[in-house]
Design a binder for this molecule. Structure first.
Ligand code: NAP
Length: 214
């Protein structure tokens, strides 16, 4: 599979390395290619290009940019290059304002989400929320005493959610498919919850698991 990752930060680098290791072809898209010189030299099979290059390259894409820039980056990449494609949306709508008592602030309200904003702005793209509720260091091969953790996903297109499920399971997760994009109103704030022990006590080594009664 050709995976185009829009982004150059920790998430893009972690997922890029993981997908390469699974035998996929990977291109990272960025506006600042020099930032990726060290990563690219460690991952010579990876391609580096612009946001538009990565979108055009992708059979399946990953959006891994700062939340404030998410809509602008998809616009810059060219929504026509992503039309009909599954795009795993890792972004969180984190505001610039400082956390309050360890709780991040969002620039979205409780009855909306960044995923819904993206889906509304680009109706032909099949967005699926994924990978937003854990730190980049645990996105690939998460190793926890309680077994594989759960990645919560949602999006309006059932086939895109299935494609995302396959990719997320491929890097070591259980997947909980919570349905349409509206569920992102609940999934995006898991980022706030995940970060509280980190911001308050510098504890960043946990992940969520959904337990079901037997
Ligand atoms: N870091 C984590 O552990 C983690 C975990 C879960 C979810 N997330 C979410 O995943 C996303 C990526 O996180 P990250 O930590 O990898 O990276 P980040 O530092 O949040 O964002 C870096 C990326 O955003 C792009 N960007 C930032 N401002 C921009 C602007 N004004 N215009 C265009 N592009 C801009 C950068 O572009 P260039 O490539 O051109 O520099 C770069 O690709 C975020 O939404 C974050 O909330 C992060």
């Amino acid at each position: 599979m050709k995976i185009g990752i829009l982004g150059s930060g920790g998430v893009a680098q972690a997922l890029g390395a993981g997908f390469l290791q699974r035998g996929h072809e990977v291109m990272l898209g960025t506006g600042s290619p020099a930032k990726l010189d060290a990563w690219a030299s460690q991952h010579p099979a990876a391609r580096i290009g612009s946001f538009a290059d990565a979108a055009g390259f992708a059979d399946i894409a990953v959006l891994a940019v700062k939340g404030h820039a998410a809509v602008a980056v998809v616009q810059a990449a060219g929504p026509q290059c992503l039309a009909g494609k599954t795009v795993l949306d890792t972004t969180n709508p984190i505001a610039d304002a400082a956390p309050v008592d360890g709780v991040l602030q969002f620039f979205t309200g409780p009855n909306e989400s960044l995923l819904e904003r993206l889906q509304h702005a680009f109706p032909d793209v099949r967005f699926v929320k994924a990978f937003n509720s854990v730190g980049a260091g645990f996105m690939v091969d998460p190793d926890f005493a309680g077994g594989p953790p759960t990645m919560f996903i949602c999006g309006n297109d059932a086939a895109a959610r299935q494609a995302a499920r396959t990719l997320v399971e491929n890097v070591g997760w259980e997947v909980a498919d919570f349905g349409t994009a509206t569920a992102a109103r609940a999934i995006e704030p898991l980022c706030m919850l995940w970060c509280i022990p980190g911001i308050a006590r510098n504890e960043w080594t946990h992940a969520f698991k959904l337990l079901k009664a037997g």
